[in-house]
Design a protein around this ligand. Structure first.
Ligand SMILES: *Cc1c(COP(=O)(O)O)cnc(C)c1O
Length: 431
């Protein structure tokens, strides 16, 4: 596989960028080798600077749900560009996107747009504290909620593959109010609730995607909703990954529950930097200018980003690809299982909606601990073989693969062939 130009850029980039990247996972550290530099993308495919072509199952870690450069989306962005880039005053576009979002999430009367998922979550936590007057939050081991201080503990994928338990530079005081529970384990939540009375919120990725895809037991979600409601603790659904992806109304629509505060990101901006948090009126009225919780942003609600978000969500709603996502994900799951069995490799495949994950382990993966039982050496071999055979995967055992609605029959065929060759190689190396 030719990666000369990527290698050259990777070398050049080291001088003024940290590790030649702006987000750690892009450095391919957990799989080794040269990280690809991208030249362009269209539809279901992405092309690197060495002119290698891949079926894209990264999709910028989720946002490009329609595939790249959808015609209608691009038209909207171009139209918006002609009017100016940012004004520091409101536009009608923000109102339009807010309506689409609030219609999709029945628990949201009002929404505030921000610039990233991290920002959405850290604002939601502040809001939960403002509303309840309490300080502590419960998070689940292996769930990632962005890189704000208070949430950078037991935080899944990026940290897991860098073998970092948390991050340097986070003061003890910043995490002393963060309590850790185990995913799919209500007792671990109850234990904290029995021991503390200063709990503002429980935050969860309702379908975990940052320790690999880990699906929740329905009873776990239902009980978590009941117990938080009974105790006056807010339930924050971090749907930055799952919003508009699991279903148009996110994991909440798929699993049939309503969070108190919902965080969004990724798909909502269609590839532009947009995040959002929202809740019922009673809660959102605490946010400035209506209330005393301060949160602001120079570029929040940026008109180009809003135009892209509106066009993406409108087209997504029109296409309603969720059934077909599920079908395609099941197909990929079957391909993986069949090929692994043929070549004698132990794997687990988790899938939920349009998110799929292969885990190189015998053990069923239901939480962070079981996810960590993976043979990451096998993943490395598998990853590079998939790349070589034209499938762009997230370069980490603990990142979900994403499907786009642009993914067609030819792409699935290509994925199937790549999987079979790659599993054979894993078997060969394992011997
Ligand atoms: C990606 C992600 C975030 C962080 O979003 P950024 O836009 O990267 O800041 C937060 N929560 C979840 C569940 C995510 O998947």
């Amino acid at each position: 596989m030719k990666l000369e130009k990527s290698a050259e850029l990777f070398r050049k980039g080291q001088k003024h960028l940290v590790g030649a990247v702006n987000s750690p996972v892009r450095a391919f550290k957990s799989v080794g080798g040269v990280p690809v530099f991208i030249d362009h993308a269209r539809g279901s495919r992405i092309f690197d600077v060495d002119e290698n072509e891949y079926v894209d199952l990264v999709l910028s870690y989720g946002p490009m749900i329609l595939g790249h450069r959808h015609k209608k989306v691009e038209r909207s962005i171009k139209k918006a560009l002609k009017k100016g880039y940012t004004f520091g005053a409101s536009t009608n576009k923000e109102i339009k996107l807010a309506k689409i979002v609030c219609d999709a999430f029945p628990g949201m009367d009002k929404v505030r747009f921000v610039n990233s998922g991290t920002e959405a979550v850290l604002s939601a936590i502040r809001l939960a504290r403002a509303f309840t007057g309490h300080n502590k939050i419960i998070k689940f081991s292996g769930c990632y909620h962005g890189h704000s201080d208070a949430l950078l503990v037991a935080a899944g994928s990026g940290l897991a593959t860098l073998s970092m338990p948390g991050s340097k530079g986070v003061p003890d005081e910043a995490v002393k109010n963060t309590l850790i529970a185990e995913f799919n384990n209500l007792d671990s939540v109850k234990k904290h609730m029995d021991a503390q009375n200063d709990i503002a919120a429980v935050i969860i990725e309702p379908i975990a995607g940052n320790m690999g895809v880990v699906t929740p037991d329905q009873a776990f979600i239902d009980d978590l909703r009941t117990i938080t409601r009974d105790k006056g603790i807010l339930l924050i659904a971090d749907e930055v990954m799952t919003g508009f992806r699991s279903k148009f109304g996110g994991a909440q629509e798929l699993l049939g529950f309503e969070a108190d505060i919902t965080c969004l990101g990724k798909v909502i901006g269609g590839g532009f930097p947009v995040g959002a948090y929202g809740a019922r009126n009673e809660i959102m009225e605490l946010v400035a200018p209506l209330g005393g919780m301060y949160q602001a942003g120079t570029l929040s609600g940026n008109p180009i980003a809003m135009a892209c978000g509106i066009a993406t969500l409108k087209e997504l709603k029109r296409q309603n690809p969720y059934k077909s996502f599920d079908k395609k994900a099941k197909k990929i799951k079957a391909m993986l299982l069949e090929s692994a069995e043929k070549h004698g490799i132990d794997i687990q495949v988790n899938h939920f909606g349009s998110m799929v994950n292969v885990f190189f382990t015998k053990q069923e993966v239901t939480d962070f601990k079981s996810a960590q039982s993976c043979n990451t050496e096998n993943f490395k071999v598998f990853f590079w073989q998939m790349m070589e055979h034209g499938v762009f995967l997230p370069p980490s055992q603990f990142e979900a693969w994403f499907l786009s609605s642009a993914l067609g029959k030819a792409d699935l065929k290509k994925i199937e062939q790549a999987i079979d060759i790659s599993m054979a190689k894993v078997a060969e190396k394992q011997k």
